[in-house]
Write a protein that binds this ligand. Structure first.
Ligand SMILES: Nc1ncnc2c1ncn2[C@@H]1O[C@H](COP(=O)(O)OP(=O)(O)OP(=O)(O)O)[C@@H](O)[C@H]1O
Length: 232
């Protein structure tokens, strides 16, 4: 691998599928990976002001806030990526980055779904694509050697139950099973039916509880170890 190139590993999956849990487990198992968390807190509290809650506004009035949400989600994710990619790589270091969702998922899942459902209109989507393409090229350029996606595939009904259990304030009474099904279908389309260049995809079933079930974890990690074999 060239010294300034990275392999990106992202965990993708529906809201409430268990991505954060899997990420934590992977951090423990592979401590050498660089890690990019999802900036949800930033969306809940713009400039540290809890009255500026973009995630909450988005779920209260999706049509009004869908485009704004995408612009800010993109900005905040890209900012993290830029910080990591601008950090000179130590030649001894592994060039592997693990993130919860990817910039691409923002677009392919949330922006496309919003556009399909009329929450983001044609003009907004065209504008979004313009700065998305340009800024991604600016930040990622030729720095990416390969992308690897771990798709945590979970029944939307199970995601709904997990979401209710965790009860994030903004989501409690606003995310319907219908929305979870739309987001699930977008994942299936994007990851299982569309073509991908220079990307390998592992599909992991996450229907069974795996946070505390060690047997289940072990089974999942057999798949992950095998998938990452050769780069770790
Ligand atoms: N680009 C985006 N546009 C709109 N909403 C987004 C976007 N990215 C994430 N979200 C929302 O932010 C919240 C957190 O999302 P996400 O599904 O990535 O994490 P999570 O729910 O904590 O996942 P898990 O339970 O699998 O750990 C959800 O309400 C999700 O719908």
């Amino acid at each position: 691998m060239k010294s300034n190139q990275y392999t990106l590993i992202s965990i993708e999956g529906n809201i409430g599928s268990g991505k954060s849990t899997l990420l934590k487990l992977m951090q423990q198992k592979y401590p050498d990976l660089r890690f990019i968390p999802e900036p949800v807190n930033e969306w809940q509290c713009i400039n540290g002001d809890p009255s500026l809650n973009l995630l909450g506004s988005f779920y209260e009035d999706s049509t009004r806030w869908a485009y704004t949400m995408q612009v800010y989600a993109f900005y905040s994710r890209l900012k993290h990526w830029k910080e990591v990619l601008s950090d000179p790589i130590n030649p001894e270091e592994r060039h592997l980055i693990l993130s919860e969702r990817s910039i691409e998922a923002d677009k392919e899942i949330f922006a496309v779904n919003g556009h399909k459902n009329g929450l983001i209109n044609k003009l907004e989507f065209a504008l979004y694509e313009k700065f998305y393409d340009w800024l991604c090229e600016e930040v990622f350029g030729k720095k990416i050697q390969k992308q690897m996606i771990i798709y945590l595939q979970v029944d939307p009904e199970v995601c709904h139950q997990r979401m209710q259990k965790r009860a994030r304030d903004e989501e409690k009474n606003t995310i319907s099973k219908e929305y979870l099904t739309q987001i699930h279908n977008r994942h299936e389309e994007w990851l299982l039916r569309e073509t991908h260049k220079n990307t390998s995809i592992l599909v992991l079933n996450g229907d069974q509880e795996f946070e505390t079930d060690l047997k289940q974890q072990q089974q999942m990690f057999e798949g992950i170890d095998n998938f990452l074999k050769g780069i770790l």
